[in-house]
Design a protein around this ligand. Structure first.
Ligand code: NAP
Length: 328
């Protein structure tokens, strides 16, 4: 049994809590909120055995094995640091932090304590994506030369919204751009150059960003992310022998379709469990059972690479993030 502790009771904590009962060996042990009433209501609704009115109280519970950090990313560094210092394994929502320095700090801390840590990049564990990466690895479209990935939707300007508030790590790149950047990373590896153009909101976070990533060997990726417009949210992978189009949204595709000259399109779709987070939760449990401190599929070095791209893009747009945010 893996005994889970959830930190925060917001949107994604609610969704992931819905998938937790679908994971064999998962025990919904404890949830914490900044507000005891919210924690108790969440526990009642999702079958958690214990609830706490402060994050520190949950971290002091010796029965919690692994903590799922589901606060806004502006708070990830402080909350995750506290969890690691309390001796807990951690699964941290994306973006891992808001700065590369903050990410390095957490990675160093987890490694020095011998604790498991992983960014909750659930895309990587969805069966359809696993099959896609296998197919690309076996050369289904030859050598991949280009990846296009975009994600975003318009978020009305509201200074208190997580998307617009710099204190919560707002902006398109850290919230949504992290997905297309991660998809490009899954297919092409780490880029050697990042070119960025974009615009800012009146609150000073990035409203939209277009990235051109260049990889060793000259393959490229184009990434677009926005909180002001309505892009198709698609993914297309172009190789020397054809192309693969993702069906549905790029970070949770329903299927991938291989198009090759002189052949019928070939569609692959594998079912996802629940809302699709169960696969990631199960992977974390397997890692813990095997005594691993990092995921072999989404290791901390990959998270650092992705954070490096995001930070470089933010800097190019003139956005300065700060991980020293109060809990609020
Ligand atoms: N994997 C995915 O599909 C996915 C989807 C959406 C979001 N996310 C990520 O998950 C994280 C949370 O997003 P969300 O949509 O769940 O946000 P949300 O609905 O605003 O919830 C965030 C929760 O964090 C807690 N919190 C702690 N400090 C806070 C502060 N200073 N301001 C506001 N809330 C604070 C609050 O819970 P308490 O009041 O109970 O303490 C709040 O309910 C973000 O990093 C986001 O990028 C991932």
């Amino acid at each position: 049994m893996t005994r889970w502790g959830f930190l925060a009771t917001g949107g994604i904590a609610t969704t992931v809590a819905g998938d937790l009962p679908l994971v064999p060996g998962a025990r919904a042990l404890a949830v914490a909120s900044r507000d005891a009433g919210r924690a108790a209501a969440f526990a009642e609704r999702h079958g958690f055995e214990r609830s706490y009115g402060s994050y520190a109280d949950l971290l002091a519970d010796p029965d919690v094995d692994v903590v799922y950090v589901a606060t806004p990313h502006g708070q990830h560094r402080a909350v995750t640091r506290a969890a690691l210092e309390a001796g807990k394994h951690v699964l941290v929502e994306k973006s891992f932090t808001t700065t590369l320095a903050g990410a390095h700090e957490l990675v160093d801390l987890a490694r020095s304590r011998g604790l498991f840590a992983m960014e909750a990049m659930w895309t990587r564990f969805q069966p359809t994506v696993v099959a896609l990466l296998d197919a690309l690895g076996s050369g289904v479209v030859g050598e991949v030369r280009h990846v296009h990935a975009d994600l975003g939707f318009p978020v009305p300007e509201d200074p208190s919204s997580r998307f617009h508030d710099p204190v919560q790590g707002g902006g398109a790149l850290l919230d949504m751009g992290v997905y297309p950047v991660s998809v490009a990373r899954m297919v092409l590896g780490a880029p050697s150059e990042v070119l960025t153009r974009g615009t800012l909101t009146s609150s000073g976070v990035d409203a939209e960003a277009s990235l051109l990533l260049t990889h060793p060997g000259g393959a490229t990726a184009t990434v677009h992310t926005t909180i002001t417009a309505r892009p198709p949210r698609r993914g297309v992978i172009t190789g020397t022998g054809g192309r693969v189009e993702l069906e549905g949204v790029v970070h949770a595709p329903d299927a991938f379709v291989v198009h090759r000259p002189d052949a019928e399109p070939e569609r692959t779709s594998l079912p996802r469990t629940g809302r699709g987070y169960a696969h990631m939760l199960e992977h974390v449990q397997e890692c813990l059972e095997q005594g691993r401190t990092e995921s072999p599929l989404w290791p901390l070095s990959t998270t650092l690479e992705v954070m490096g791209v995001l930070e470089e893009a933010l800097q190019a747009l003139g956005v300065r993030m700060d991980d020293d945010r109060p809990l609020g």
